[in-house]
Design a protein around this ligand. Structure first.
Ligand SMILES: CC(C)(COP(=O)(O)OP(=O)(O)OC[C@H]1O[C@@H](n2cnc3c(N)ncnc32)[C@H](O)[C@@H]1OP(=O)(O)O)[C@@H](O)C(=O)NCCC(=O)NCCS
Length: 161
């Protein structure tokens, strides 16, 4: 059974070194890099929630949720939607476990978590993916995300909470 476990000093190591396929590397940052973002982001007015994705006890992926990405990353190019909304910032399933439905289940669980509004109420969850990331794009659209615009190589999409 797929479930999310918030990462702490004990279990972070379970997922730190999980890897995507080589051809997917350009679609998602390395997990170590993402964890650094979680650490620094949580020292701002925003919030970052790093999760391990587990199949029973086995770590199979990594997921990162942020609230108010503009605050968290101090990114002047952050889209308008970043302000006061939740961001499904990163998701990856290790190359050994892809194509088994784990990614879809993890996104559902992420939305369930977001709907508990852990850092305050918000209207939307947004997501950002590379135009060429067809697997991710099809997955999000099939789950009800709607595209709201492009930014360079990326597409932004939202779902109402
Ligand atoms: C995107 C990702 C998280 C999906 O995880 P996953 O566990 O492989 O996906 P699932 O098994 O839940 O499949 C989701 C859908 O994608 C399809 N899919 C999965 N792998 C696929 C592939 N290699 N080619 C085409 N379609 C694929 C599945 O058929 C499924 O669609 P369906 O439910 O209509 O049948 C995973 O591919 C990944 O980690 N990619 C690299 C990192 C990345 O791109 N992250 C997203 C950044 S925005």
């Amino acid at each position: 059974m797929i479930h999310l476990v918030e990462l702490d000093k004990y279990n972070a190591w379970d997922v730190m070194f999980l890897k995507t396929r080589r051809d997917q590397k350009r679609f998602v940052a390395d997990n170590v890099w993402s964890m650094l973002h979680a650490y620094t982001g949580n020292k701002t007015k925003g919030a970052v929630y790093p999760f391990g994705i587990y199949n029973d006890k086995k770590p199979v992926g990594f997921l990162l949720i942020a609230y108010d990405y503009s605050e968290v990353c101090d990114d002047p190019e952050a889209p308008e939607i970043a302000k006061n909304n939740y961001f499904l910032w990163r998701i990856m399933i290790d190359k050994r476990y892809q194509g088994r439905g784990y990614g879809r289940e993890a996104v559902k669980l992420a939305l369930d978590f977001i709907k508990t509004f852990p850092h305050g109420k918000a209207e939307y969850c947004w997501i950002c993916y590379d135009k060429e990331n067809i697997t991710a794009r099809n997955l999000y659209l099939s789950m009800g995300f709607q595209e709201i615009g492009e930014q360079g190589e990326d597409i932004n999409a939202v779902i109402k909470l």
